[in-house]
Design a protein around this ligand. Structure first.
Ligand code: NDP
Ligand code: 2IT
Length: 445
């Protein structure tokens, strides 16, 4: 049996009942076969065994009181996955589906993603099964304060720097930052995605969506194409989806869909700037459902459906993991989709990934395509350390050049390992090599 398969089996045995985690490990390990074949040193140093095991997993009780005074309990988790390249870095997710499998898959992906950013960032991820939907601001605040009361002892600006993810945006980061500052009596860059008045970076809110579009622009260039006149399907209507839509529109594409967990809107005229402002207000302030857009603007609404049966040239999955099944992928391809850029983490099922790679469309996997968010978090950390803030133009320019650099690493490494144009191989191999080499240089720790 190959070294890769041997370690994969051991990892499966040690992590029973964690399908999302095993899916992420399988995908990365499959790409690494030509890499470990070429560089025996990784086997000698036991790198795969070590890299699959998180450095630290923290699980804790989060008690809080709801508006009726009733005691409630959720589970808090932080996975400090790998610190070979820098402090643990990665988002916090609040969603009822959160469990160890999901946070380990996200943490594992984050390690390689952060390596690709060119910045000194280790990988981590955290969250809770707390559901912010339908909760009052007061309930969300009390939950965030309780979550941070425990988390604060494990994190710090040089140790572990969390940020947002699903269900964690500006409001939640604010409440968590306020609580950290109060407990520790320190005003530091311990979280990213902070408000602009108190240490946040310009462009961080936009960064994941903009980055996914910049990455797609680079992929399009390899075929002499641009966004001008392209029809684009976006899923989700949260942070990543909103700024993906904004940037695609700015570059001359037409976004015809957005969605939430209840359904999809299909607006053939395109979700232009005015309509996007409506969605931002609806989702970020009123916290309503995407269906209200269809009612307001009189477009089609598909209850319970995702956008993948809509005819499009480019798809930006920006909601959640495994949102594109094999069947959805076949439908996208049948309708002529030639580019998929993943704003979400692992949105394509293994069957969908295989189809995209086999058909040689421009397929940018999440760990490369959505790395603009964490990259700009890295830029926020630099600004905090300098006690300076950079202009919008400066941060946007840096974000763009990081996405160009990530694209180049993917292209070069796919070619080096024998499958030019395969961004899955390129991203996994390039991300891995840097972390693995750093681990070897730092000894068996
Ligand atoms: P938000 O919470 O802002 O938005 C999430 C969106 O996805 C909402 O529209 C939500 O709908 C939808 N969604 C969530 N879960 C499901 C589900 N199970 N089925 C269908 N729709 C769902 O999160 P973000 O925009 O920040 O994150 C979206 C994706 O991007 C995630 O995969 C995240 O890990 C990834 N990502 C985020 C980064 C960031 O900087 N924020 C950086 C890199 C990746 P509803 O409101 O109905 O739940
Ligand atoms: O998945 C991700 O990269 C994020 N949620 C952003 C992490 C970060 O630290 O900005």
């Amino acid at each position: 049996m190959s070294y890769v398969d041997e370690v994969f089996q051991a990892v499966s045995r040690h992590n029973p009942g964690e399908p999302e985690f095993m899916q992420a490990v399988r995908e990365v390990f499959d790409s690494l076969k030509p890499v470990v074949e070429q560089r025996k040193v990784y086997r000698d140093a036991g790198i795969l065994e070590r890299i699959a095991e998180p450095e630290r997993q923290i699980v804790f009780r989060v008690p809080w009181q709801d508006d009726k005074g009733k005691p409630r309990v959720n589970r808090g988790i932080r996975i400090e996955y790998n610190s070979a390249l820098g402090p643990y870095k990665g988002g916090i997710r609040f969603h009822p589906t959160v469990n160890l499998s999901i946070l380990k898959f996200l943490g594992f992906e984050q390690v390689f993603k952060n390596s690709l950013t060119t910045l000194p960032l280790g990988g981590g991820k955290g969250g809770s099964d707390f559901d912010p939907k339908g909760k009052s601001d007061g309930e969300v605040m009390r939950f965030c304060q309780s979550f941070m009361l425990e988390l604060q002892r494990h994190i710090g600006p040089d140790t572990d720097v969390p940020a947002g993810d699903i269900g964690v945006g500006a409001r939640e980061i604010g409440y968590m930052f306020g609580q950290y500052k109060r407990i520790r009596n320190e005003f530091t860059g311990v979280l990213t995605g902070k408000g602009l008045k108190w240490g946040g970076s310009l462009i961080r809110p936009e960064a994941t969506g903009y980055g996914a579009v910049y990455f797609a622009e680079e992929m399009l260039k390899t075929r002499g194409e641009t966004f001008k006149g392209k029809t684009v399907a976006v899923s989700g209507s949260g942070n990543v989806a909103q700024f993906t839509t904004e940037k695609v529109t700015e570059l001359g594409g037409k976004v015809v869909s957005m969605s939430d967990s209840n359904g999809t809107i299909y607006d053939k005229d395109g979700i232009g700037d005015q309509k996007l402002r409506y969605i931002m207000e609806l989702k970020n302030v009123k916290r309503g459902r995407i269906k209200e857009y269809a009612e307001k603007f009189g477009c089609e609404y598909r209850e319970g459906a995702n956008p993948w049966s809509i005819k499009c040239d480019c798809a930006f999955p920006s909601a959640t993991q495994n949102e594109i099944s094999g069947k959805d992928a076949a439908e996208l391809l049948k309708n002529g989709c030639m580019l998929v850029s993943e704003g979400a983490n692992m949105p394509s099922s293994p069957e969908a990934v295989s189809l995209f790679v086999e058909k040689k469309i421009l397929y940018g996997p999440g760990k490369a395509a959505n790395a603009g968010g964490v990259s700009t978090s890295g830029l926020e950390m630099s600004q905090n350390a300098q006690r300076l803030s950079w202009s919008r133009e400066e941060v946007d320019k840096k974000l763009n050049s990081i996405m160009v650099a990530i694209h180049k690493q993917c292209v070069d490494s796919a070619r080096e390992y024998g499958d030019a144009g395969n961004y899955v191989l390129g991203a996994n191999a390039a991300g891995f090599v840097k972390v693995a080499d750093a681990m070897i240089e730092q000894g068996i720790v």
